[in-house]
Design a protein around this ligand. Structure first.
Ligand code: ADP
Ligand code: MG
Length: 439
């Protein structure tokens, strides 16, 4: 199928660089367990059991979209959700923080108008804010750093709830933020409401991260005080920025160098939706430049930074037609590449699969590290997973599970990987519910 021996060798070499073998998996898991103490303590005191009830507003700022929701908990593990989704533009991500928060306040206002529910009384809202925060109370926490392509000015170091309250006041929106959670914590809470065996919430979307319920004896060992359940927000996107076990390919290095946060969030950059398309793009451009793909011919469109996005990989990987017709359509029509051969398209598909497979295998390492740390391999438990990468990328779930089997053996089948759609928003509403009860 390959048109030359040098083409075959070049592609195999690249695939090799993205391959993580069995030994490497174990090495990453061990290192991860050692590094686990770096997680942040999330000040949420109770894990839901499904009996909660009430109606709350929630706001979910994940990275790509903003969701405003109204959630009613019926108290039997059931709930009703109304929500609207707004896209966050690049200029809002990278402008001044007041513009970003004004936009958020406007969206809440619009949502309330559509709901026909503009009361005189102030509504309570839970805020899912999915960036690293030094949280000191359920409604208080300073932004540590931006991630996922955000860089809004004069926000780092400031209290996030305060910034939102200032915008709500500027815009006269009668809403009070009573709780703030990370999306991982939100997903964990939301999934526990539906399934009490939940031990972890995981995000595989624009970025990646997880939160888990720490065991009592570990809390004692770590000399952490506090009563009730303890939830740890891993911030695993920043795992091994020191590069003790992670190996970056030249294509990952290029992505990192061109990112807004070079040298940071390296684990996240190898795994999540904001980055996989860019890594794949770097590989393909390299092959074109070496005359090994598309007969060395690109297009203006394909040369654009950010041309290939992670959802494109899903289309290409899912293409099961004999002549890779969907890939052909994408490459020749959308990207305007003059002409592609079947071999070209097979190469593109192999590269997409390799980048996607590595992402799933790395996420499996992190997930298994937490399971081993908790010592729950033998216990039936659920992991709630939210994020479009997990939901829509073909094979991600399968590859994740398969890799867990390599690491944990048959015990992997005790761990149920469950889609926690809307988890981050629902969890924020549960956090708001608890915050109000504690008052
Ligand atoms: P957020 O992380 O902002 O809450 P999502 O969970 O929707 O939002 O994740 C958005 C990310 O998922 C984007 O980076 C996008 O590239 C990726 N994504 C969206 N659709 C797909 C798809 N069909 N296949 C793979 N990745 C996708
Ligand atoms: Mg999200």
């Amino acid at each position: 199928e390959y048109s030359s021996e040098s083409q075959r060798i070049a592609v195999d070499e690249i695939i090799d660089q993205f391959t993580i073998d069995r030994d490497k998996l174990d090495e990453i898991v061990s290192h991860f367990i050692k590094e686990m103490r770096k997680g942040l303590n999330a000040p949420v005191k109770s894990i839901p059991n499904g009996t909660e009830n009430g109606t709350y507003l929630a706001l979910d700022l994940g990275g790509t979209n903003l969701r405003v929701c109204q959630i009613t908990f019926w108290g039997s593990g059931k709930l009703a959700i109304k929500q609207e989704k707004y896209e966050i533009s690049d200029s809002l991500k990278t402008g001044h923080h007041s513009q970003l928060f004004d936009f958020i306040a406007d969206c809440i206002h619009q949502f309330l108008i559509h709901l026909g529910d503009v009361h005189d009384s102030t509504l309570s809202l839970g805020f899912t804010f999915s960036f690293p925060v030094d949280q000191t109370a359920i409604h208080k926490g300073a932004l540590l750093r931006w991630t996922k392509g955000f860089s809004a000015a004069e926000a780092v170091g400031r209290d996030v709830v305060e910034m939102l309250h200032e915008a709500l006041e500027r815009k006269n929106v009668p809403v009070k933020v009573v709780a703030m959670v990370n999306d991982t914590v939100g997903t964990l809470l939301a999934h526990a409401y539906e399934n009490p065996t939940t031990i972890m919430g995981v995000i595989l979307g624009t970025g990646t991260n997880a939160a888990y319920v720490e065991k009592l004896d570990n809390i004692r060992k770590l000399n952490l005080n506090g009563s009730g359940d303890m939830i740890i927000n891993m911030e695993w996107g920043a795992f091994d920025n020191e590069r003790q076990v992670l190996r970056l390919t030249p294509y990952d290095e290029k992505l990192d160098q061109l990112s807004l946060n070079p040298g940071e969030q390296l684990f996240e950059k190898l795994i999540s939706g904001d980055y996989l398309g860019k890594i794949t793009h770097n590989v393909l451009l390299d092959l074109v430049g070496r005359n090994l793909l598309f007969s060395g011919r690109s297009s203006n469109k394909f040369d654009n930074i950010g041309a290939v996005r992670t959802p494109h990989m899903s289309i290409i990987e899912a293409d099961a037609t004999d002549d890779l017709a969907y890939a052909k359509q994408l490459l020749e029509v959308e990207f305007e590449i003059p002409e592609t051969t079947l071999t070209d398209r097979q190469i593109v598909q192999r590269i997409c699969c390799a980048v996607g497979l590595r992402a799933a295998r790395l996420s499996a390492c992190a997930l298994c590290a937490i399971i081993k740390h908790l010592g729950v391999e033998n216990q039936k438990s659920a992991v709630g997973i939210d994020g479009s990468l997990f939901e829509f990328h073909p094979g991600f779930k399968h590859n994740l599970k398969q890799t867990m089997r390599e690491i944990l053996g048959n015990n992997a089948d005790n761990i149920n990987l469950e889609q926690a759609r809307d988890g981050s928003g629902v969890g924020a509403a549960l956090a708001a519910l608890y915050a109000e009860k504690d008052h």
